[in-house]
Design a protein around this ligand. Structure first.
Ligand code: TRP
Length: 451
């Protein structure tokens, strides 16, 4: 066996995990999902789902990863040889590829918006023109497919060329920049006339807007945002040193992910109200709102606004790429380590597969918008399938494995580093892993299925 590499420090662990976690899920997905399910009440539900279900699953994956020191597919086999647990490995290969298919379409939108920023489309156009950008772009056939192709090519190129280290270093700069820019956008959004309705939408919970779907959506968003249930965190944890405190790095990752999502909501939703956009407008929400913000800002300071929009989309693209690489890499690692593939054909094959499926997702906003699967467009169907079913299923397997199959002594050993830390919090989280998280997942899935 090769000597496995380790992350050098606690900061490096949190940075790498946060790099996978923070992405389009926070900036694109969270604001529109919360807009669909009614604002503040949904945020509370989301925080509850993150703490009670997602965080315990994060720890379950961390325990399996560090204990087995192995990839997602091999891990369960190694810890429970010859049992059926290995079938869960299949999930961990398929789901990230399906997610990448539609993630790449949205990544493509960011590419397109970067080009639009570079040609000053948002800052120099008339306000009426800007609001129509998204709908005309998205309903066209070729442009979104072309952008999706560029994004997939970037992801495949990075996975192939091994510039992964470079892009990760780059993203370590881009993330703090993104953080600062979102702060700037929040401040600016709050000054827009009409934005105060958005603020009360985010702060005053209206529980009557929550329906049965909202629980599944909150849980699904928590899974998506923390990259859970598909073995990403498991794989990253297999590189974490024995002395590292798993509970502390998990909480650090989850907290930064949550902060980013809530900040994005405060940047976007007040501007949604100021622009008169419907908060439940769906996957295009952020992309309809941002041009409005940049265009308004340009009225006061054109150069500053142009610079902010360019840097903003570069940073989003970096965040999206670090997440997307982690999805493709799971499949490539499986084909090369377990199936004897060479790296180049494995990468090209999987990139081609995700590209094809992604084309269907892209078309479902335009020419194929009438094609529905179980009432959803192809894009929404894939997203719901992955976020509300496949990821929770993976999460369920991981919690059951750690809570009921692994010996208590080894779980304790991992979470407390052989009894040296976390004696109290370990008991609490072990209880969540054994009971609360699995019951939560099953209850939410049943509600979703039956209502
Ligand atoms: N969490 C990332 C985001 O918020 C997306 C992501 C990366 C992901 N790896 C994943 C989602 C694995 C699910 C599974 O953008």
């Amino acid at each position: 066996m090769n000597q496995r590499e380790n992350f050098g420090s606690r900061a490096a662990v949190i940075m790498a995990m946060a790099g996978s976690a923070i992405g389009l899920g926070n900036i694109w997905r969270f604001p529109y999902i919360l807009g669909e399910y009614g604002g503040a009440a949904f945020i509370l539900l989301y925080i509850a789902a993150s703490l009670l279900v997602a965080l315990p699953i994060f720890f379950a994956e961390s325990v399996i990863g560090r204990r087995s020191r192995s990839n997602a597919y091999g891990a369960l086999q190694k810890l429970a040889p010859g049992t059926r647990w290995r079938w869960a490995g299949i999930l961990t290969i398929l789901s990230p590829l399906l997610i990448l298919s539609y993630y790449s379409v949205v990544g493509g939108w960011s590419v397109q918006y970067l080009f639009k920023s570079l040609s000053f489309d948002f800052t120099s156009a008339a306000p009426e023109a800007v609001s129509g950008f998204f709908s005309s772009f998205i309903s066209s056939t070729w442009q979104p497919i072309l952008s999706h192709t560029v994004f997939i090519a970037l992801v495949a190129g990075i996975v192939l060329g091994g510039v992964k280290k470079g892009i990760e270093k780059f993203s370590n700069i881009a993330m703090p920049v993104l953080f600062v820019l979102i702060l700037v956008l929040i401040v600016y959004s709050l000054t827009l006339p009409g934005s105060s309705k958005g603020v009360s939408y985010l702060l005053k919970p209206d529980f009557s807007k929550l329906n049965a779907d909202a629980f599944a959506a909150a849980l699904g968003q928590a899974f998506f945002s923390l990259s859970l249930g598909v073995g990403t965190i498991l794989t990253y944890s297999s590189y974490v040193k024995k002395e590292e405190n798993l509970i502390v790095s998990g909480i650090g990752t989850a907290a930064s992910d949550l902060v980013f999502a809530i900040m994005a909501a405060f940047a976007v939703i007040p501007a949604v109200f100021a622009a008169g956009i419907e908060p439940g407008a769906g996957p295009g929400l952020v992309f309809e709102t941002l041009p409005f913000i940049f265009n308004k800002m340009a009225g006061a300071a054109p150069v500053v606004s142009s610079i902010i929009s360019i840097v903003f989309f570069v940073a989003i693209l970096a965040a999206a790429l670090t997440s997307a690489i982690s999805m493709l890499e799971v499949g490539v690692a499986f084909l090369t380590e377990e199936k004897g593939f060479k790296r180049v054909p494995a990468t090209l094959l999987l990139a081609f597969f995700t590209w094809l499926v992604g084309i269907l997702c892209s078309l479902s906003f335009g020419p194929m918008s009438g094609v529905k699967i179980l009432g959803d467009t192809f894009f929404d169907f894939l997203d719901h399938l992955c976020s509300n079913w496949l990821m929770p299923a993976g999460g369920l397997v991981f919690t059951l494995f750690v809570g009921w199959k692994m010996s208590k002594a080894s779980v304790r050993d991992e979470l407390t580093n052989g009894g040296r830390c976390n004696a109290v919090s370990y008991k609490f989280f072990y209880y969540l892993i054994r009971f609360v998280a699995p019951v939560g997942i099953v209850a939410v899935s049943l509600t979703n299925l039956l209502l």
